[in-house]
Design a protein around this ligand. Structure first.
Ligand SMILES: [Zn+2]
Length: 359
């Protein structure tokens, strides 16, 4: 069976390493030139080149041997930014971006688990009783692994796509504060595969019909989208609320399967967290926030309230109200941040929403 993944919002799958300005790349005249030292080393006598390498020698090489930048440059990206470092997209040995099969498989596994949990009370109870013993985020991941280790599916890496599909995009981290969304002051630069790009690869399963199964997963995707709508509604971020509402319509109407992949989908997207009962979520939330005080604000005035010790009540120093009920306050959402990409059309969008089709 074949799969195709069509990119709807720029997709980021990081290779796990960072590259740095003036070491791994330079920026000149609106272009980022990414070096590949192996390319230069391979064009020289390897042993002598490495054993007495110096910057002087490098300069001489370029001056006297008429080496051009092409001997060093692996690929270039158009960009008006000058980042200090970049998170590169995963690439094959020929520097071409591809979609790792493990990324797609990991996502399908999580969806499968969520689906099973929804349909099997026994499995759900077993998992919930295990959850009570959890003390860390990593343990949640391990627990998940145990539940799906025998999943019947193998997914190949996709064929590589052309380097011109890559964009260098700034990312902002958006958090929800008292009344409104707020961008953190720093910017993360990432290589992202442009919207409209298609990845294709192979998909194998012995017993399970994934083609029949995928549409049954859409309620999970809808829940995830609704959670995002809640998040951005809370942040008064109307453009993104609208964007997600459009996506929700597509999920409802069309036979295609939509999901979010890769970097930026966050904790809740990768784990089964989103489908747990609310009180279990609250418990885990408390657990994972050890040392951090969750932000709680008054719905009326939007200012931070102070919890009264030992009671489920709050005081608001701003509007001077005492003994405010739980229902009158708002806890900051968990996870409390979202990564947003600034697309070439100057729009902030969540990274990695894709359309998956099986043939
Ligand atoms: Zn108040």
């Amino acid at each position: 069976m074949e799969y195709t993944v069509t990119v709807l919002t720029p997709l980021v799958i990081t290779s796990g390493k960072k590259i740095y300005l003036d070491i791994d790349f330079v920026v000149e005249k609106g272009r980022v030139f990414i070096f590949h030292w192996n390319k230069l080393i391979n064009s020289q006598n390897k042993e002598t080149f490495i054993s007495d390498f110096s910057l002087n020698k490098l300069v001489k090489l370029f001056e006297h041997q008429r080496l051009s930048w092409n001997h060093l440059v692996s690929y270039k990206l158009e960009s008006s930014y000058k980042p200090a470092n970049i998170l590169p997209f995963v690439k094959n040995p020929f520097s071409k971006p591809y979609l790792p099969g493990s990324t797609l498989k990991g996502k399908l596994r999580t969806l499968y688990l969520l689906f099973q949990l929804h349909n099997q009370d026994k499995l759900k109870n077993q998992l919930l009783s295990n959850l009570k013993k959890l003390t860390s985020n990593t343990q949640l991941k391990i627990l998940e692994e145990e539940f799906i280790k025998n999943l019947d599916v193998s997914v190949s890496d996709s064929l590589p796509v052309d380097i011109n599909k890559l964009l260098l995009l700034p990312t902002k981290v958006c958090s929800i504060k008292e009344r409104g969304a707020e961008f953190k002051p720093f910017t993360i630069y990432v290589e992202a595969v442009a919207a409209g790009t298609t990845f294709s690869g192979y998909f194998k399963s012995r017993k399970v019909s994934w083609k029949a199964l995928l549409p049954k997963f859409s309620f999970i995707i809808k829940n995830i989208i609704k959670r995002e709508i809640d998040f951005f509604t809370l942040g008064n971020y109307h453009k993104l609320v609208q964007w997600y509402e459009e996506l929700l319509k597509k999920v409802d109407e069309q036979s295609d399967f939509y999901l979010q992949l890769g970097w930026g989908e966050g904790f809740a997207g990768k784990t089964l967290f989103s489908l747990l009962p609310v009180n279990t979520q609250a418990k885990l939330q408390k657990l994972f926030r050890i040392g951090k005080r969750p932000l709680i604000w008054h719905r009326d005035c939007g200012k931070q309230v102070i919890p009264i010790k030992g009671k489920n009540l709050y005081n608001c120093p701003f509007c001077n109200r005492k003994n405010i009920e739980f229902t009158e306050v708002q806890y900051s959402p968990f996870p409390k941040t979202r990564k947003l990409l600034l697309t070439p059309s100057e729009e902030y969008l969540p990274p990695g929403w894709i359309k998956l089709s099986l043939f």
